[in-house]
Every structure is written in C-alpha cells, then in structure tokens.
Design a protein around this ligand. Structure first.
Ligand code: ZN
Length: 124
C-alpha cells in the first residue's frame, strides 16, 4: 500500500464533477490550507476532504481492517492519522471553515446519490 496520495483519484473526480455540474466553482489540492483539503469552495467558506477508509480509520467500515501482521504498528500509525485529522479540523474550524468529510465508501455506487444529495444540503 502506497502512502503517496494520487491526484485526481476517481472518488474525488465524482465529487468534483457533481459540484461543477451544480454550478459550484472550487479549487483543488489547496496547499496553503491546513491539511491540504481536496476541494475548497471559498465562496461558501467550505472545505471538503475525501478520505480513504483505511488511512483515515473509518470506524465501523468494512474497508477499515487493521492488518493482521504488524498490528501494533498499524494501530499506532492510523491513530496518528486520525489525531492529525482531528487537529487539522479544529484549526480549520477555528478559522471559520466549514469542514465536510466524505469517506470513499460513501462514494460507492449504492451510496453515491445519497452522499451527493447530502453534500448539496450541507452547502446550502
Ligand atoms: Zn468507509
């Protein structure tokens, strides 16, 4: 498993296409903001993070399974990731940003429509 974050990954593209088709304009991979949000909607003061279920330890998700070997290493690593997420989110929130997190499992075909509808509600 590579730690390198692929740009323009498919789940992210689904969200971007949807937003664009609904008239939203955004910036992507914004380096100057804490945590480098995947999508930034400055007009709405909103940032969107699209999180892989494994790397961000999506609780209760079938895609979040701690490996059977080096278990302790993985638990620590993933705990660090979620702690960093929490710190980043509280800093962004303190600066007035609305934070929307979408997990990749929520962009699978069976959940996609619901997830995107919820996103519209959150942005209005
Ligand atoms: Zn998940």
């Amino acid at each position: 498993m590579s730690r390198i974050k692929a740009k323009d990954t498919k789940p992210e593209m689904l969200v971007r296409k949807f937003l664009f088709s609904h008239g939203f304009r955004y910036r992507i991979h914004v380096n100057y903001l804490i945590g480098k949000p995947d999508i930034v909607l400055a007009k709405y003061k909103a940032v969107i993070f699209i999180h892989g279920c494994f790397w961000h330890a999506h609780e209760g998700c079938k895609y979040y399974v701690v490996p059977k070997s080096n278990t302790e290493f993985w638990i620590n690593k993933l705990r660090n990731n979620t702690q960093r997420d929490a710190e980043n989110f509280s800093k962004l929130a303190a600066s007035g940003w609305k934070i929307i997190t979408i997990f990749e499992c929520e962009l699978k075909a069976e959940k996609l429509k619901q997830t995107l509808n919820n996103l519209l509600v959150e942005l209005h």
